[in-house]
Design a protein around this ligand. Sequence first.
Ligand code: GLA
Length: 392
Amino acid sequence: MTPAPAGAPDRSPADLAARFEREFGKAPDGVWQAPGRVNLIGEHTDYNEGFVLPFAIDRTARVAVSVRPDSVVRLLSTYGDHGMVSADVTALDAASAKGWTKYPLGVMWALQQRGIAVPGLDLLLDSNVPLGAGLSSSHAIECAVISALNELTGAGLEPEEMVLATQRAENDFVGAPTGIMDQSASLRGAKGHAVFLDCRDQSVELVPFEAEPAGLVMLVIDTKVSHSHADGGYASRRASCELGAEVLGVKALRDVKSGDLAEASGLLDEVTYRRVRHVVTENERVLQTVQLLATEGPGAIGALLDASHASMRDDFEISCPELDLAVATSRANGAIGARMTGGGFGGAAIALTPLAEEQKVRAAVERAFAEAGYKAPEIFTVTPAAGAMRLQ
Ligand code: GLA
């Protein structure tokens, strides 16, 4: 079984609670949900203490949870994989954690690292965030779980602290050296808004972003090329950025401006220079996007999306042929701007598309993928949705 498809209408919290009761023999203490995200712009800038502009999407992970009187942890998902997984909350072990269970177990572990007493619990997960598509299905799970545990343990963590705890879970339990963008979008997103986040101090400004009133639609093209940020590519890009910052004598690449690039090119090897140039120009594109959204609206940001993709393809080298084809085909068939979104090496592209061109873009991308002999992409629309919340 796979997660429910786009916008599945029948995912009621009451049904999840009823299923929980059938599986675990008692009602859950509550049901919480957290969304996946699309990043509008600002890629690989978060761990460089820069700027990002993601939004929470209308695809969510939901968890029904009840606290147990002992230290047993039982985890089950509606996807059916791995069956019921058991663990002991006093001996959480990353090496033996399987599949999606790494995420809830990682969150429990990270809370323990902050000195929070985490009880044994029963947990049932349901999610319709596509897996491995670059839409942060893992952070959706982590953010739903941390929202539940924050309440159930009475820890009272602020969203900024929950962001850092889920980052710790990802970095030190799951083994993916990721930044803070995804969980910030999932925990701090709001309907009809993108989350303009300064990753140096975690300050957030919610920026109105709605495609439809501007006659547009945000298409997501899941290339079905799966990726994992625990593989080497993400970590090697991060290492290049850290090397660049060290050679340039700054705390983080956030502190380099495009006016500094000419001088930087003389100090850095050619590859590191291109990695740095991506981050520096991408940070500036985020700021320009925020500005343009405020003054002119979504119809004005297409060129920045295109420039972001070119920078990731040519300078940061994290695209792949399927993503490039999705972007180029969308643009050639009416999208006003398109780019890969997320960490790269697979996953999804976004294409900001006039409503009148939506069907044309969809058909053209499907045809282009078939002609290239690629797996059929999944294409769907997303809108900026609310961040994590308790449902019942
Ligand atoms: C992944 C990571 C984020 C961020 C993006 C790239 O989604 O989880 O922290 O680095 O890649 O922008």
